[in-house]
Design a protein around this ligand. Structure first.
Ligand code: NAI
Ligand code: MG
Length: 502
């Protein structure tokens, strides 16, 4: 749907934001263009229309942003703020986002293609919750007071304690699947800990971060505490994560780029958190009601059109109920209404970009070439935009590319199993380890399986359920470190040991 004909569906604030054709980026409290003057086009994946342009940051802009973040970290009002002041600013920001929730949801829908209703409930709702949860930690950062012995200094007395100190300037590089939510998952703990930030949203979805920047200013964060640069990975992301004045990189995205970042980080001993790809199994045991399991499995893969790092992309069903469950998932897939995200009836929206559409379709083709059977979907849509029908494939085996590689689209592979011991091994037969779900009410079987699954999160009778208080991250090649929860806050803090001879 063309933007001109969708305008009546948008709030006045969204229209006003989109009418600013010349978006700028936020460096040191000022809205600025890229030093080169270059810009990138922002595309609505539902219509392939250019809806805005943003600055294309490069090395010089990265330099300005990192210097601003460094200055704000070392001097000025930010390091003097008390924890309660950081908490207050963060709570204010959460309130401001809440006040603009509908606008954020609409911007996210136009920029990413996702449903505005889902964006309101999930993306924006979680961003607000995470900020409030992380704001609470600012006043609860504490070290230890430890009785030391130092036996080689008989008679000496010491007072020893640890301090937790903000790690410094944080580079946040995020993907396009949950743009606002990913930004806040990382901004929240960084600001709570007292760090300063340079945030680079994905080049495909920069708009909600820029809107967030406006609210960060309104909330009263001092200049330079949060800098937001727009640009692509090669020209803006790479120089940012390699910058020697960056103390920590927090990244969510592909495993390939995550590895590049990890290698570069070690050169400067930059701390890093990497949340990377996944190939998460959905395991349905024989006692499960097939209808419930099918609804759960469909939700696990088709939510956000499969563009979810923990999407349940490999379905394993006990052979007793395999045919029933797979037929039901296929039926759900066939019946899902497809359309742009401003239509409340639409359940499957477009993929993020033409390259992503091509990539997903080439996986479907490779599956068919390698002998898989298409049970549902498999085709591009003839709508304008980057649509592919929700797809279910059976007759798969572990050597197929569709069973091994992250597809990041609405494509499910389904395989029967017989033996509980086999299933743990099959579920783990992937380089990834982000999430897994088990569907059963057999307590003993479920609890025997949980410790065997090599994944950062195991869900039981649900999938992709996230909460600000529960750490989220990967085993194996799904990453290092955790977002969310206290574990996330810890990763933005250094530990300083203090030993005082008294
Ligand atoms: P990507 O990893 O290239 O992009 C993620 C972010 O990293 C973007 O902000 C990008 O500008 C930045 N970036 C890219 N190259 C960089 C570099 N050399 N240095 C620093 N930053 C860099 O992911 P892309 O190309 O958008 O998607 C490719 C595949 O990655 C997807 O098909 C999917 O399999 C996976 N992916 C996983 C995500 C997750 O949530 N774990 C999110 C997005 C993509
Ligand atoms: Mg876009």
């Amino acid at each position: 749907m063309e933007l001109a004909s969708a305008r009546h569906l948008l709030s006045a604030q969204t229209t006003e934001f989109l009418d600013r054709t010349h978006h700028q980026m936020l460096i040191d409290g000022a809205w600025v263009p890229a030093a080169s003057g270059a810009r990138i086009e922002v595309i609505n994946p539902a219509s392939e229309e250019v809806i805005a342009t943003v600055p294309a940051a490069a090395t010089q802009d990265v330099e300005h942003a990192v210097q601003a973040a460094r200055r704000a970290f070392e001097s000025g009002p930010w390091p003097k703020l008390k924890p309660v002041d950081r908490q207050r600013l963060m709570l204010k920001l959460a309130d401001l986002i809440e006040g603009q929730a509908q606008t954020f949801a609409e911007i996210e829908s136009l920029d990413n293609g996702k449903s505005a209703a889902i964006a309101l409930a999930v993306d924006v709702g979680q961003a607000i919750d995470v900020l409030r949860y992380m704001a609470g930690w600012a006043t609860k950062i504490e070290g230890t007071c430890t009785q030391v012995s130092v036996p080689y200094m008989p008679g000496a007395e010491f007072l020893s304690y640890t301090r937790r100190e903000a790690v410094g300037v944080v580079a946040i590089v995020i993907p396009w699947n949950f743009p606002l939510m990913m930004a806040v998952w990382k901004l929240g703990p960084a600001l709570s800990a007292g760090c300063t930030v340079v945030l680079k949203p994905a080049e495909q979805t920069p708009l909600s971060a820029l809107m967030l920047g406006e609210l960060i200013q309104q909330a009263g964060f001092p200049p330079g505490v949060v800098n937001i640069i727009t640009g692509d990975g090669r020209h803006a992301g790479a120089p940012l994560v390699r910058h020697p004045s960056v103390n920590k990189v927090s990244f969510t995205g592909s495993t390939e780029v995550g590895k590049l970042i990890g290698h570069a980080a070690v050169d400067n001993m930059t701390r890093f958190t990497l949340e990377l790809g996944g190939k998460s199994p959905v395991i349905v045991l024989d006692d499960c009601d097939p209808t419930t399991a099918a609804a759960g499995a469909a939700q696990a893969i088709f939510f956000n059109h499969g563009q979810v790092c923990c999407a349940g992309s490999r379905l394993y069903v006990h052979k007793k109920i395999f045919d029933r469950v797979v037929a039901d998932v296929a039926l759900i897939a066939e019946q899902m209404p497809m359309g742009h995200g401003l239509d409340p009836a639409s359940q499957i929206g477009p993929l993020i970009s033409r390259p992503q559409l091509d990539r997903v379709c080439s996986y479907i083709e490779s599956g068919i070439e390698q002998g898989a059977t298409l049970i549902a979907g498999g085709q591009r849509s003839d709508l304008p935009g980057y649509y592919v029908r929700p797809t279910v494939m059976a007759n798969v085996n572990p050597s197929m590319r569709i069973m091994k590689e992250e597809i990041f689209g609405p494509v499910l592979t389904a395989m029967p199993f017989d033996d509980l011991d086999d299933i743990a091994a099959w579920a783990n037969d992937t380089p990834y380890g982000l999430g897994a779900s088990i569907w059963s009410n057999n307590l003993s079987k479920v609890n025997r399986l949980i410790p065997k699954i090599k994944a950062g999160t195991v869900w039981v009778n649900c999938h992709s359920v996230l909460d600000p208080a529960m750490p989220f991250g990967g085993y194996k090649q799904s990453g290092i470190g955790r977002d969310l929860g206290k574990a996330s806050l810890e990763s933005y803090l250094e530990t300083k040991s203090v030993i005082i001879a008294v």
